[in-house]
Design a binder for this molecule. Sequence first.
Ligand SMILES: [Zn+2]
Ligand SMILES: [Zn+2]
Length: 275
Amino acid sequence: MIFLFMKLTFLGTGGGRFTTIFQKRNTGGIRLDNEKNHIHLDPGPGALLLSKRNGLDPKKLNSLILTHSHPDHYNDLEVLIEAMTKGGTQKTGKVLTSESGIKKMDEYGPTLSDYHKDLPREIISLNNNSKIPLKDQSKVIPVPAKHSDPSTRGLILETKKGNIGFTSDTEYFEELGQIFSDTRLLIMNVTRPKAASIPYHLSTDDAIQLLEEVDPEVSVITHFGMKMLNQGVEEQVKIIREETNQKCIAAEDGMKIEFDRTINFQDKQDKLTNY
Ligand SMILES: [Zn+2]
Ligand SMILES: [Zn+2]
């Protein structure tokens, strides 16, 4: 039997309040599609519109994932639940969410209304730390993160072609390298540039540290804050490449990745790069 690769589409590469408010980069999250799974991860503002513009039917979704309750991650979640459940007429699909999606965690959440909690077939908390099965034997493994929403989770997507790691929003902490050690592709939310670390977020320096520990086949930096964009993402990724001697890509809005035996990147102009 031939299993198709997983395709990732970056419907957003912006992160943080100001990048989001000014839409300096899109903030629609990441869509993941293979033969059986249609997943939308962290659907921030614009997720619905950008899905349509990129030819990705939101009615096809069978899983939605929310890593934490900041609007650059959750804004379009409810409307995508409505799309997934065909306007609420079919009790179908899964929503995997940080606890703050379901109930109040400190000053965050609950993000979902009772009405929207009732629409999908399942609402699953990412905070139980167990593997969550998707279709085609893929699994989501929730992993710890250190962010202002205390229920924030990163995740590892286990597929037949290997593991994809997503840090979500987190600061660097000692166990992070170990957590993502078995990922072929590591996607890091690097909000801040070099020498500009702040709590609860990764900077260029943290990305270098993490990559030295994980050494994935390829890594991607995304979720850029305003300071990161002003300093120049290309320059920051160059620093990462030079210091780690690894393959690291700066995500662009509309970029696609084919995750297969090789990992292929396709930019907005459809230029293909193989790794
Ligand atoms: Zn964020
Ligand atoms: Zn956040």
